[in-house]
Design a protein around this ligand. Structure first.
Ligand code: URA
Length: 204
């Protein structure tokens, strides 16, 4: 893809303005089956942006991200570091629930992309934590979640920190153990950002 072909993030002026646009969005077929769109929630000055795949049943009902069983595990993982929801911003690759929790289709991911791109511009996070394969592929298209989970990577001047999805951890105790081990590297991921930005200012 050339730069000219790359969709440019639309210019919502704030996270709240963007959230209002998400709530009334009809850009892809997912809006026909949703109860609520789920723009995301958390601190607008958060250093850490956590990106899941798409809302599930509970999230669709409440309009908030990660409020079901996966969210409970996510809260427990964050508490290990220790962080809480007030310290991070949480959103998803697609903002409306895919029916039966199937993976979002490529055209649904593409329709929702301007929202995620603009959220990244507005929030300007230091560390992007992706949860699961679909979210990791948005930033690391050649990645493999079984190999790349828990690695501290660089993406466009930010730190990319892919983790398994908490739902996978709930299904598989071995994956849950990997998640519990990987999340302990989150402080290291933040240190890596400090190192990256110090290097960038030296070479400017
Ligand atoms: N799974 C996700 O990927 N996102 C949510 O918000 C909830 C469950």
């Amino acid at each position: 893809m050339t730069n000219a072909d790359t969709p440019q993030p639309a210019s919502w002026e704030s996270i709240n303005e963007l959230a209002a646009a998400v709530r009334s969005c009809t850009d892809c077929g997912l809006h026909t089956s949703r109860t609520n769109a789920v723009p995301g929630s958390g601190a607008s000055n958060a250093k850490i942006l956590i990106i899941g795949e798409g809302p599930g049943l509970n999230e669709d009902q409440q309009g908030l991200p990660f409020v079901g069983r996966s969210g409970k595990l996510l809260d427990e993982l964050l508490a290990e570091v220790p962080l809480s929801r007030e310290d991070v911003f949480i959103t998803n690759v697609v903002k409306c629930r895919p029916p039966e929790n199937r993976d979002p289709l490529p055209d649904e991911v593409a329709s929702c992309r301007p929202y995620l791109d603009r959220q990244m511009q507005l929030l300007d996070p230091k560390v992007i934590v992706t949860l699961g394969r679909v979210s990791m592929l948005r930033f690391h298209p050649t990645g493999k979640i079984s190999e790349d989970h828990g690695k501290i990577l660089e993406w466009e001047g930010r730190v990319l920190f892919p983790l398994y999805h908490p739902a996978a951890g709930l299904r598989n105790p071995a994956i849950k153990r990997e998640l519990q081990k990987d999340v302990l590297r989150l402080p290291e991921a933040l240190e890596e950002w400090a190192r990256l930005s110090a290097n960038a200012s030296v070479t400017q």
